[in-house]
Design a protein around this ligand. Structure first.
Ligand code: DGL
Length: 263
């Protein structure tokens, strides 16, 4: 039984890979971090769609049985144009499960933090309104968070100051729920919770995505009964930072890593 393919522009999607490993321990993951072309969040829909197609093709060439688009930017900008029939395997994104969770958790006002491209796409606001018609949604782009996470500065005072600046309008508006609309942001979770205060529910769609993948594969009879191979992690730029962060996020030292070219 083949692996589940997962991709992101960098290390952020590893938060989704980790949730998949917890939920489906018999499955192996083939991860692609497109670190050579990161960030996606400042790029146009046309460019992100082109990268997304290449990434999906790469994973399919390696024989994956499903693809998880573990990048909100790619899910917002490119996923609507990736028709499942075209690829022949299930393709799951991260926006829908996160929006559904947020609509369930909120008492009225939802904040969304994401990359510039995801915010401009309006994908979260649209999906949250579909699941909770009367909810108010306010979205804020937080582009610096991706670089700060990739730099490994989760606990740095500079990151805390950046978070205070970005989140101020959401605090002033009194949002009760905050969607972490970029897969890098859960790595800042303690800081974001502290900045927003304990009364605000933070939504990280990783667990919800893992549940959806389990349901989809289960429905198709594609779940593995036992683990045959180790998970494998590919990246498109040879940097030690990816390797260090990947080990920290996945919580293990011995990772099977490979530098690949998907261009
Ligand atoms: N992790 C990606 C996302 O969820 C964004 C990072 C980037 O800008 O490339 O949107």
């Amino acid at each position: 039984m083949s692996a589940i393919g997962v991709f992101d522009s960098g290390v952020g999607g590893l938060t989704v890979a980790a949730a998949l490993e917890r939920r489906l321990p018999a499955e192996s993951i083939l991860y692609l971090g497109d670190t050579a072309r990161l960030p996606y969040g400042t790029k146009s829909a046309a460019t992100v769609s082109r990268y997304t197609r290449r990434n999906v093709s790469f994973l399919l060439e390696r024989g994956v049985k499903a693809v998880v688009v573990a990048c909100n930017t790619a899910s917002a900008l490119a996923l609507p144009y990736l028709h499942p029939d075209e690829w022949g395997v299930p393709v799951c994104g991260v926006i829908e499960p996160g929006a559904e969770q947020a609509a369930r958790a909120s008492r009225g006002r939802v904040g969304v933090i994401a990359t510039e491209s995801t915010v401009h796409s309006g994908a979260y606001a649209e999906a949250i309104h579909r699941h909770g018609a009367g909810l108010e949604v306010r979205s804020v782009a937080c582009p610096l968070f991706v670089s700060l996470v990739e730099e490994g500065w989760q606990d740095d005072p500079i990151t805390a100051e950046v978070a205070r600046r970005y989140l101020a309008p959401l605090r002033e508006e009194g949002v009760d729920t905050l969607v972490l609309g970029c897969t890098h942001y859960p790595l800042l979770r303690p800081l974001l919770q502290e900045t927003m205060g304990p009364g605000v529910a933070l939504i990280d769609s990783a667990e919800a995505v893992a549940a959806e993948v389990a349901a989809v594969l289960g429905g198709l009879g594609l779940l593995a009964a036992e683990r045959r191979e180790e998970s494998h992690f590919c990246f498109t730029d040879d940097n030690v930072r990816f390797q260090r962060l990947a080990r920290a996020i996945l919580g293990r030292e011995d990772l099977s890593l490979e530098l690949v070219d998907v261009s």
